[in-house]
Design a binder for this molecule. Structure first.
Ligand code: URA
Length: 269
């Protein structure tokens, strides 16, 4: 999606000014702060999240993300292909989310030919990874092996198809988080945001800080972004695409359909 297509969206979210775009809240910038266009990525702001008082949404404009998103979107993709696409998307989005975020240690290593300065991820501070079952698991299939130090805590929510309200059926979260624990949540679809609001409230209740929480999702929609921005400013969302709307069943349009059913082959035929 090009920035020009997002000009009037989402009108009720707070706007942040940047010289590179007519749509200030969502704009191109590079991973290097300073809004350079070299990487052609779309994101909300170049400011560090610790200072941010709004939700930050990153939608990198990367050809691999676009490719695997097309594969995931296609209704012709059978479960194994759909899963492979979601796993690739998860890996790419976790890579983006990890940038400039993981605690590191400066050190040195001996190579066969000498000594090299080395930067290593601090293993004493593992990222707390939270997949939301079912489909969040698929996003982490390949991503988990990329993080040198992580702990995984599973949560499961079920959506009532009539009220669209989510209720928890599994919660493996630790009793307490440290305020500076880095928390990475994986859920492919951010539609109404109901599930995510419940989970974030639970995390904050256990000591987590929204400014250390990142969400990776494949597709998101304005209703979810608006409620997250209202209740949890400072959280950051990494997504392959922001779609425009939800249908009457709360599904994202065009979206992917039911990500859990498509991943596990449980679609009603
Ligand atoms: N959950 C899904 O699996 N798909 C949607 O579009 C919304 C919620």
């Amino acid at each position: 999606m090009r920035v020009t297509e997002l000009q009037n969206w989402p009108s009720s979210l707070p706007q942040r000014h940047c010289h590179t775009s007519a749509q200030p809240w969502l704009h191109h910038h590079s991973r290097v702060r300073g809004c350079r266009r070299r990487y052609g990525r779309v994101c909300a702001t170049a400011e560090p999240a610790q200072k941010a008082k709004q939700l930050l949404v990153y939608a990198p404009n990367h050809p691999l993300l676009r490719h695997w998103l097309a594969v995931a979107r296609s209704k012709m993709s059978p479960p194994p292909i759909f899963r492979a696409a979601c796993a690739e998307l998860g890996r790419l989005l976790v890579y983006e989310a990890a940038y400039d975020w993981l605690p590191v240690l400066e050190s040195q290593v001996e190579t066969p030919c000498g000594v090299a300065d080395a930067t290593v991820v601090d293993g004493s501070r593992p990222v707390k990874v939270i997949p939301i079952l079912r489909a969040g698991l698929i996003m982490l299939e390949q991503a988990a092996t990329m993080l040198p130090a992580s702990q995984t805590f599973h949560v499961g929510y079920e959506r009532n198809e009539e009220t669209l309200q989510a209720s928890s059926y599994l919660n493996k979260l630790p009793a307490k988080f440290a305020e500076d624990d880095r928390i990475l949540i994986a859920d492919p679809m951010l539609a109404t945001g109901g599930t995510m609001l419940q989970l974030l409230a639970d995390l904050v209740g256990r000591g987590a800080s929204p400014t250390y929480i990142k969400i990776v999702c494949i597709v998101c929609a304005p209703p979810a972004l608006q409620v997250l921005n209202r209740d949890f400013p400072g959280v950051r969302v990494y997504t392959a695409m922001i779609d425009s709307e939800l249908n009457e069943k709360g599904y994202i349009v065009p979206g992917l359909g039911d990500a859990g059913d498509r991943a596990f082959g449980t679609e009603k035929l």
